[in-house]
Design a protein around this ligand. Structure first.
Ligand code: SF4
Length: 325
C-alpha cells in the first residue's frame, strides 16, 4: 500500500477508550474504536472513509491529527513518526494538519466574529498580525465564496452552508497540507452539498491539499475520493480505488452499503436488489474473536468465528479482509 508519494502512513494504529464497569465502577474495559489499522494517503489525493456510526472513522481522523493520543501504532507524517510526540513537539505538525468539522452550528464560537474565528489559528501559530492578518482573512473569505464584509459579522447571521464555508476558511488559515473533512456535508441541505464538495475539489487543486474525507455512506464519497476505505467496528474491511470498489465490491459489508444507494433510473433500480443486513452490530467493548461482521454475514463459515481475516491486497491496490478471498 505504501509508496514514496505518501504524505501520511498509518501503521497498526489503535485507539482504545477506557470505561469503568461494575456496580462500584471498579472494572476496567476498553472500547476498541480503532483496532490495528494500517493505510497510507498519497500527496494530493482524497481518501474517502465510510462506515456506519460508531465504526471508528471519526476517531481515526482525530487520532491522525493528534486531537486524540493513539493507544498504539505509528502515524508517519512526511517520514517522521508523530504518534508519540509531546504536545509541544507536535505543534508544527498541527499547522500542517487541520480539520473541518461536521456540525457547522456547534463548531463556530457564537461569541466571536467570523474574522476572529478565522484569525484564531493565525494568532496561535504567530504567523502574522495587523494589516497582513486582516488581508489574509479577507483573502480566505474570498477563497470560500464569501466577502470581506462578512469578517465583522457573527456566526448566527449565516446559513448552514455559509457557516461550513467559514469552517473551511478557518481550516485553511495556517496553510495546511492535509485536512480531515469529518462529514462536512452531512448536516447541509442536499441542494448545497454539491456546492461544498465542488469547492473542496477546487481548493484541493489550487492549493495542493490532501484530504481524508469521512462520510457515513458511499454515495457521498464517490465523487470526491481517489480511493475509498470501508470500516466496520474499528477495522478496515476493504480499501481500493473508487471506480474499482464501486464496480466490483468484494466484502459482503461493502456490497450491502452499495446496494443501499438509491439509483435515479427506475429500470436499473428495480433490477438491483437491496441487500438487507440482519443481526446486531457486536459491542466494540471486547469484540468477539474472528471476523467482526460474522453475525450479519450470509456467507459466514466456521473459520470466520475463529480467525480474524487480515486485510489482503488482491492486486491493483484492492485490499479486502474476508475469508472468501
Ligand atoms: Fe463474512 Fe466470513 Fe468474510 Fe467475515 S470473513 S465477511 S463472516 S465470509
Amino acid at each position: 500500500m505504501a509508496d514514496k508519494k505518501n504524505l501520511i502512513e498509518v501503521k497498526n494504529l489503535k485507539k482504545y477508550f477506557e470505561i469503568k464497569r461494575g456496580i462500584l465502577g471498579n472494572k476496567k474495559s476498553y472500547v476498541k474504536a480503532v483496532d490495528d489499522i494500517s493505510f497510507a494517503i498519497n500527496k494530493g489525493e482524497t481518501l474517502g472513509l465510510v462506515g456506519e456510526s460508531g465504526c471508528g472513522k471519526t476517531t481515526i481522523g482525530r487520532t491522525i491529527i493528534k486531537l486524540y493520543e493513539p493507544t498504539g501504532g505509528q502515524i508517519i507524517y512526511d517520514d517522521k513518526d508523530i504518534a508519540k510526540l509531546s504536545p509541544k513537539h507536535v505543534l508544527p505538525y498541527r499547522r500542517k494538519m487541520q480539520m473541518i468539522f461536521q456540525d457547522p452550528y456547534a463548531s463556530l464560537d457564537a461569541r466571536m466574529t467570523v474574522g476572529d474565528i478565522i484569525g484564531e489559528s493565525i494568532d496561535i501559530h504567530k504567523l502574522m498580525s495587523g494589516k497582513e492578518r486582516t488581508e489574509r482573512i479577507h483573502f480566505l473569505l474570498s477563497k470560500v465564496g464569501l466577502n470581506k464584509d462578512h469578517a465583522s459579522r457573527y456566526p448566527h447571521e449565516f446559513s448552514g452552508g455559509q457557516r461550513q464555508r467559514i469552517g473551511i476558511a478557518r481550516s485553511l488559515a495556517v496553510e495546511p497540507e492535509f485536512i480531515v473533512c469529518d462529514e462536512p456535508i452531512s448536516a447541509l441541505d442536499v441542494s448545497i452539498q454539491a456546492q461544498v464538495v465542488n469547492m473542496l475539489e477546487d481548493l484541493q487543486e489550487d492549493l495542493g491539499l490532501t484530504y481524508l474525507f469521512i462520510a457515513h455512506d458511499l454515495s457521498m464519497v464517490k465523487h470526491i475520493s481517489t480511493r475509498i476505505g470501508v470500516m466496520y467496528l474499528g477495522k478496515m474491511v476493504e480499501l481500493g480505488y473508487s471506480n474499482e470498489l464501486y464496480k466490483k465490491p468484494l466484502h459482503p459489508y461493502t456490497q450491502a452499503l452499495l446496494s443501499a444507494i438509491p439509483v435515479p433510473d427506475p429500470d436499473i433500480s428495480s433490477a438491483n436488489q437491496r441487500i438487507m443486513l440482519d443481526g446486531e452490530i457486536p459491542s466494540p467493548i471486547d469484540p468477539p474473536p474472528g471476523c467482526r461482521f460474522k453475525g450479519r454475514c450470509k456467507y459466514s463459515k466456521a473459520i470466520c468465528s475463529e480467525v480474524e481475516p487480515p486485510l489482503k491486497d488482491l492486486g491493483d491496490n484492492h485490499c479486502v479482509a474476508c475469508h472468501l478471498y
